[in-house]
Design a protein around this ligand. Structure first.
Ligand code: GUN
Length: 280
């Protein structure tokens, strides 16, 4: 079975468009982009298009690649104080001379639609989430949509990033999976991945997960976005793995569109909370 993230995300966006229409509020998302990275530019454009589609206003703040950490934090602070803006997203990765940690911590937690601020991450880890990181939220929605059982299942997450691996592992844990985190120092990775009922790869290496690493019938979630000769490719050797897996996400058309739909949901959630229950 192919887990069709494109279709499910369309369905979720349609639902969200209705919800936003009925809410009587118009959410606004601000995206901060530093430099000219073509992949980041592409993602920002896709996010703008999704905003338009559901009725979220969106702006981009562009800063040159030479901008310093203070300049970026300054831009974020202005957005924090802007009453028009409900959600703020700083497109990652930032150039290497920037302190990503300082920038992420500068975003007001209630506008942090990425869910990367330590307060939001901490709340998630305590089982009382405010805003859930988009990719993780999107993957959980996809599993739910296809009625893939999680409770009691063995989930193996390959990759331990703050953006995907760690928060997704937590969500799977709270959904009562038995979770194993694997990473670049894991010994005998295939021995771990072959135990997985749900295998998630968030590594960033094309064709990293091969058929011999997958248990027959497993659900395989491919978070990879690798460009091979200009073509978007996941972490999973799709041709080899798909005949064997019970379910698998394609790249493109799997996790990516779910991430964008979740960003829209997070933005509406932040706007609803801020505009209807403002902290005075
Ligand atoms: N770059 C890759 N994934 C993400 C994400 O989820 N959020 C942001 N802000 N940047 C990213």
């Amino acid at each position: 079975m192919i887990l069709d993230g494109k279709r499910v995300s369309e369905k979720r966006l349609e639902l969200l468009e209705e919800k936003i229409g009925e809410s009587g509020i118009q959410p606004h998302l601000a995206m901060v982009l530093v430099g000219e990275d073509p992949a980041s530019l592409l993602y920002i454009n896709m996010k703008h298009r999704a905003c338009e589609r559901v009725g979220i206003g969106s702006i981009s703040i562009r800063l040159p690649v030479e901008a310093g950490t203070d300049e970026i934090i300054g831009a974020v602070s202005r957005l924090n104080n802007d009453l028009q803006i409900d959600g703020i997203l700083v497109q990652l990765p930032l150039p290497p001379h920037i302190s990503t940690r300082a920038v992420v911590e500068a975003v007001a937690p209630d506008k942090d639609v990425d869910g990367f601020h330590p307060l939001n991450m901490g709340r998630l880890f305590m089982g009382d989430p405010n805003i859930i990181p988009c990719t993780s939220r999107g993957i959980m929605s996809l599993l739910e949509e296809y009625h893939i059982p999680v409770a009691g299942k063995r989930a193996v997450v390959v990759g331990r990033s703050i953006e995907v691996g760690k928060p997704l592992g937590m969500l799977l844990l709270f959904a009562d999976a038995t979770v194993t985190f694997c990473h670049s120092k894991t010994l005998d990775l295939p021995a771990h991945t072959r135990t997985a009922d749900i295998l998630v790869s968030a590594v960033g290496k094309a064709r990293f997960i091969t058929a011999s690493m997958v248990q027959a019938g497993a659900t395989v979630i491919d978070v990879g976005t690798n460009y091979v000769q200009g073509k978007l490719t996941g972490d999973v050797d799709f041709e080899g793995v798909s005949p064997l897996a019970g379910a698998v996400t394609p790249v493109p058309g799997g996790v990516g569109p779910m991430t964008i739909a979740s960003l829209m949901e997070n933005t509406f959630q932040a706007a609803w909370k801020r505009q209807c229950f403002p902290v005075r």
